[in-house]
Design a protein around this ligand. Sequence first.
Ligand SMILES: Cc1ncc(COP(=O)(O)O)c(C=O)c1O
Length: 393
Amino acid sequence: MRLEKRIFLSPPHCNGQELEYLRQAVESNWVAPAGPHLPAFEQELCTALGGATELHGAALVSGTAAIHLGLRLLGVQPGDTVFCSDLTFAGSVNPVLYEGATPVFIDSEVGGCNMAPAALANAFAAAAAHNRLPRAAIIVDLYGQSAAWGQLLPLCAQYGVPVLEDAAEALGASYAGQACGTFGAVAAFSFNGNKIITTSGGGMLVTGSTESAEKIRFWASQSKEPAPYYLHRELGFNYRMSNLCAGVGRAQLLTLREHIARRGEIYAYYKEAFAGLPLQMLPAPAGSEPNNWLSIALLEPSNAPLTAQQLVDALEADNVEARRAWNPMHCQPVFAGYDYHTAEAGVCASEDFFARGVCLPSGSGMAEAELEAVATRVRRLLGGQDIPARSKT
Ligand SMILES: Cc1ncc(COP(=O)(O)O)c(C=O)c1O
């Protein structure tokens, strides 16, 4: 039966404090451009990442902008190649083309969503053989799961290639106890409307170097030199986050841990509810403590009665927003013709993930009744019995 109230995939989840920070900004007239919420948000996000090393953030208008300026910081230039995770959102890769560089796509692990170390090793071997090592590697922590940093980082170090960690979806996740967003030489976060916390739209570049963070803020503000008149020595960008958005981000950070906990409950609920169905809930890889940003169901192609698209369409007919998994970059017409490396010849793990993966509603504001409504529909569509009423504990 079609639901009257739509269940969204991952809508914003406000806690009320956003209004207070916005009120402060308006009352003090720090509506534009920068203002006190900006450095506070940068510092609070870095504190939330914890860890032994000091971190510095530059708040920007989007995660894509963070990746763009991160590439410039790593010295990517026209004609360079950049290794990129193949299974990701286009925002991970577009900045490579903004800089006139060439992406080379690296497949994901079989049954997983992040870059396969064996595929990366193959790509490095091929690049070294042609004396064309990449200037940088953009490695994604997809769907709130950390990449296999224990294997990927030593490979990149072996070839002397710096890593830009795309942690857009992974705020609050960790690997071997270390926060996602602290593995790369630089890392990018996104706070767009569907992320685990949002600033309406926004992103942040995080680095261990004060000078690098300062440079990013400078480039993001049109590279305006500190002169008594307009003076620009370098190309600039209008990428700085507004004080209003930073205020929303500060409020959202206060409930990051609650958001993560709720998304974990949602994942566990689906996992229990779908036991026995021809699907698997994407498991967290060894060492990874995910933030469960999105719960992903991987259909078993041999005996699922529906394809991933049919499942998404059937849920949509009932006013439930589910989405297909990311469509791999090497399959995108805009990136046609760029190299693509797999672990094993002819085995394209990212294509298999796309064919089988469905992102289910996972918003941290989801009510129990909504969760049950989604799970019941998925069970029926996949030929399962109705879920017995859940005991309230
Ligand atoms: C993996 C990944 N990388 C990059 C981005 C780009 O972030 P934004 O939408 O803030 O530009 C996103 C999110 O949209 C993403 O999911």
